[in-house]
Design a protein around this ligand. Structure first.
Ligand code: FES
Length: 251
């Protein structure tokens, strides 16, 4: 790739894959968020549009909180995506990934970076990355909402339990992966086990911390799986709602 380094292995493969995968997700998510249709097919709702905060959602049959009236000019997804997006953007793992892949800062170990100065995250604007711990709490709220969406996707069109289609499974896997991603978060681990002098005096927190630490080791895996699956969930609901495919009914 024209970068002076003594490394002879294919060190550029990982940042290249990161650029391609993140770019693909950003392009798809932007398109899906702004298109503003085919996001609901009873009982499935796209995770990009839940909770639906505009009254326009009711036109599609989607449950609406209706905080924003018909004067809201954009898609309802635009109102909520800032929170999951902020959570991902400030995530410690994604920071490492996109600093390396997009800013080549550095692209890999032993590969010189093109920048002259290093200021790290000690000053504006990157110091704002510290806001991650707050986005973590917003992320939990969205996890609860999307878990509820998954639960009610097992309800029939007439409101009776128990319906199960492929869409219910897709939504359930989505909620599970999002929980795994959040619970493996470094801020979550610190919240549970940080700022303690003696673990021996906090046996419950210590126990929880050991469990979260196991998840934390797989944070990168959960980051990618949950990212890919949330886009797939939107796509699945979109294709069913648009009539391109038929939802598979198990019972
Ligand atoms: Fe990745 Fe918190 S560190 S979500």
């Amino acid at each position: 790739m024209g970068v002076p380094t003594l490394r002879t292995d294919r060190w550029w493969r990982s940042p290249l894959i990161t650029v391609l995968a993140l770019s693909a997700f950003i392009l798809y998510a932007t398109w899906a968020a702004f298109i503003g249709k085919n996001y609901f097919y009873e009982p499935y709702i796209s995770p990009f549009y839940s909770p639906c905060l505009t009254v326009s959602c009711t036109a599609t049959g989607a449950p609406s909180v209706g905080i924003f009236g018909s004067w809201w000019p954009l898609s309802p997804a635009v109102l909520i995506l800032i929170f999951p997006l902020g959570f991902r953007l400030t995530c410690y793992y994604y920071r490492k990934a996109y600093y390396r892949a997009f800013w080549r800062s550095p692209a890999a170990c032993g590969v010189p970076e093109p920048h002259q100065k290093y200021t790290g995250e000690t000053r504006f604007p990157l110091i704002l990355q510290n806001i991650h711990r707050y986005f973590f709490f917003f992320g939990l709220i969205f996890n609860l909402i999307l878990t509820w969406d998954a639960v009610i996707s097992f309800r029939n069109h007439d409101g009776r339990w128990l319906h199960a289609g492929l869409g219910s499974v897709v939504l359930l896997v989505n909620a599970t992966l999002l929980w795994l991603y959040s619970l493996s978060c470094h801020s979550c681990r610190h919240l549970i086990g940080g700022r303690l002098r003696h673990f021996s005096q906090h046996p419950v927190r210590y126990w929880l911390w050991t469990k979260l630490s196991v998840l934390n080791e797989r944070h990168m895996l959960f980051a990618w799986l949950s990212l890919g699956w949330v886009a797939f969930t939107d796509l699945y609901v979109r294709l069913v709602a648009g009539g391109s495919i038929v939802d598979v009914r198990f019972f």
